[in-house]
Design a protein around this ligand. Structure first.
Ligand code: BEZ
Length: 402
C-alpha cells in the first residue's frame, strides 16, 4: 500500500501482515520462484473532502476490510492501493481518471460516490476498453442503461432503484400530495424521479419539485416555501454532511411534527447519530439496514467495528461488496489482470450470496438485482420494518449488453 495520510498504521495493517504471511505459503506454483509477485493496483477515486467525505471513507474502509479478510492478496498477488480525492467534483473527474488509468496503470478503478463524477469517469474507461471499473456508490441511471459498457460494473444501485420503492410507501401511508426537495444533479433528479413515478402511478400528485445547487445547504427559504405549500409529506434526497444539516433544519423549522419526511435511506444513512432526535421516525427505503438479521451482516458489522471503531453503514457495505467482486474475479482468472474480457465475464456472472445486505446478483446490464427494505430511525439507529421491494432490477432501458 502506498503511504497516504488517509490510511495510517492501525489494527488493519497488523491484520494484513498476519494474513499475508499465512497466504504466502499458499502461493500458486508459477509465483513461487519470483521474489514477490507484481501487486494488483487498485485505484480509488472517491471523495475524501467535502460533503461526501464520510461516504468515501466508509467505502474505502469496507473494501480494505474485505481484502484484509482475503489475506491482502488476490490469487497470490499483493495489493497496492492508489487513492485520489475526487472532491465530488465532475469538472475534475476526467483529469483524475486519466491520472489513475494512464499514469498509474491501475488494474481496477474503484469509484466514485457522485453521479456526475461517475458519468465522466465511465465514458473515458468505456472508450478505452479498460481497466475494469467498479462503481461502489454513484447511482446515475445511464451508467447501466444507455451508457452501459463491457468493463463498467456497479456494486451499489441505480438512482431509480432507491427512490421507486419509497413512492409506494408514501402512497400506502395515505399521502396524496407531496413536495420533493434535493440537490440539482443527476442523483437528486433521478432518485426523486423514481419515487414520483411510483407515487403518481398509485394516484398521488407532486405539487412541486424544489432543487438546490449541489452542495449548498442554505435550506431556510425552501423550508418556508414547504410550510406555505403544506403538502401531506415531503420526499427528500441529501446525503453526508448535507443530510445532517437538512434533517436538523427541517425539525428546527417546526416541520417535523406537521409534515412527515421520507427519502431514500441516504437521508439518514451514516449520519443518524449526528442528526439526533431530528431523525427519529424518518421512514426510508434502501438496500441495507443496520439490524438485518443475517449471519453475514452480524459478522461484517462486528469486524468493521473492531477494525475502525465505528458502526458500518450502507457505504461500507458497498465497499465491502466491491472487494468481494474483485476477489471473485481475480480467482476466476488466476490473478491474470491482463485478461480484462475474462474478468468482465466473471463479474457478469457474479452472485453475492453472503453479502451483509442479503443475497444479490449482477444483472446483464451490470447493476445489482437486490432487495430494498423499509426502515425507520429510532434513537440514532436504523430499524428494519419490512421488505419494500423484493429482488428489484433496474429497467436498464437502452442497454444492449446481455
Ligand atoms: C450519487 O451522486 O449518485 C449519490 C451520492 C450519494 C448518495 C447516493 C447517490
Amino acid at each position: 500500500m502506498r503511504a497516504s495520510p488517509l490510511f495510517g498504521p492501525s489494527r488493519r495493517q497488523v491484520l494484513r501482515g498476519a494474513g499475508a504471511a499465512a497466504v504466502a505459503t499458499l502461493l500458486p506454483r508459477r509465483f513461487a520462484a519470483a521474489a514477490r509477485p507484481a501487486p494488483v493496483r487498485i485505484g480509488l477515486l472517491l471523495p475524501y473532502s467535502g460533503t461526501y467525505a464520510m461516504l468515501g471513507t466508509a467505502i474505502t474502509d469496507g473494501l480494505k476490510l474485505r481484502l484484509a479478510e482475503a489475506g491482502e492478496t488476490l490469487a497470490g498477488r499483493p495489493v497496492d492501493y492508489i487513492a485520489v480525492d475526487s472532491e465530488a467534483s465532475p469538472p475534475q473527474a476526467p483529469q483524475n481518471t486519466r491520472k489513475l488509468v494512464v499514469r498509474d496503470r491501475v488494474d481496477f478503478l474503484v469509484g466514485p460516490v457522485h453521479s456526475g463524477v461517475a458519468l465522466a469517469m465511465a465514458q473515458i474507461v468505456a472508450a478505452r476498453g479498460g481497466p475494469i471499473m467498479i462503481i461502489p456508490n454513484a447511482g446515475a441511471n445511464a451508467l447501466t442503461r444507455e451508457l452501459c459498457a463491457r468493463n463498467v460494473f456497479r456494486a451499489s444501485f441505480s438512482n431509480w432503484q432507491t427512490g421507486y420503492p419509497c413512492g409506494k410507501v408514501m402512497a400506502d401511508d395515505g399521502h396524496r400530495r407531496i413536495v420533493t426537495i434535493t440537490w440539482r444533479y443527476a442523483a437528486g433528479d433521478e432518485i426523486m424521479g423514481g419515487g414520483a413515478e411510483h407515487f403518481e402511478a398509485l394516484g398521488g400528485r407532486v405539487d412541486k419539485h424544489i432543487r438546490v445547487p449541489f452542495p449548498d445547504v442554505s435550506f431556510q427559504p425552501h423550508l418556508s416555501e414547504i410550510a406555505a405549500l403544506a403538502p401531506d409529506a415531503v420526499f427528500a434526497f441529501f446525503s453526508g454532511g448535507g443530510a445532517v444539516q437538512f434533517v436538523r433544519d427541517y425539525a428546527a423549522a417546526g416541520l417535523k411534527d406537521r409534515i412527515p419526511l421520507y427519502g431514500p435511506g441516504f437521508l439518514t444513512e451514516g449520519v443518524a447519530a449526528a442528526q439526533g432526535a431530528a431523525a427519529d421516525g424518518i421512514r426510508s427505503t434502501l438496500h441495507y439496514v443496520d439490524d438485518l438479521d443475517l449471519p453475514a451482516n452480524r459478522r461484517f458489522r462486528d469486524a468493521y467495528r473492531l477494525a475502525y471503531g465505528r458502526e458500518a453503514d450502507v457505504f461500507a457495505v458497498q465497499g465491502y461488496d466491491t472487494g468481494t467482486l474483485i476477489v471473485q474475479a481475480m480467482a476466476a482468472v488466476d490473478g491474470d489482470t491482463a485478461a480484462v474480457a475474462d474478468i468482465a465475464r466473471a463479474l457478469e456472472g457474479a452472485r453475492l450470496d453472503d453479502s451483509p445486505r442479503g443475497p444479490w446478483r449482477m444483472s446483464p446490464a451490470h447493476n445489482p438485482v437486490q432487495t430494498f427494505y423499509l426502515r425507520d430511525v429510532q434513537e440514532g439507529r436504523h430499524r428494519f420494518l419490512g421488505i419494500a421491494a423484493e429482488a428489484l432490477a433496474d429497467p436498464a432501458i437502452g442497454c444492449a449488453l446481455g
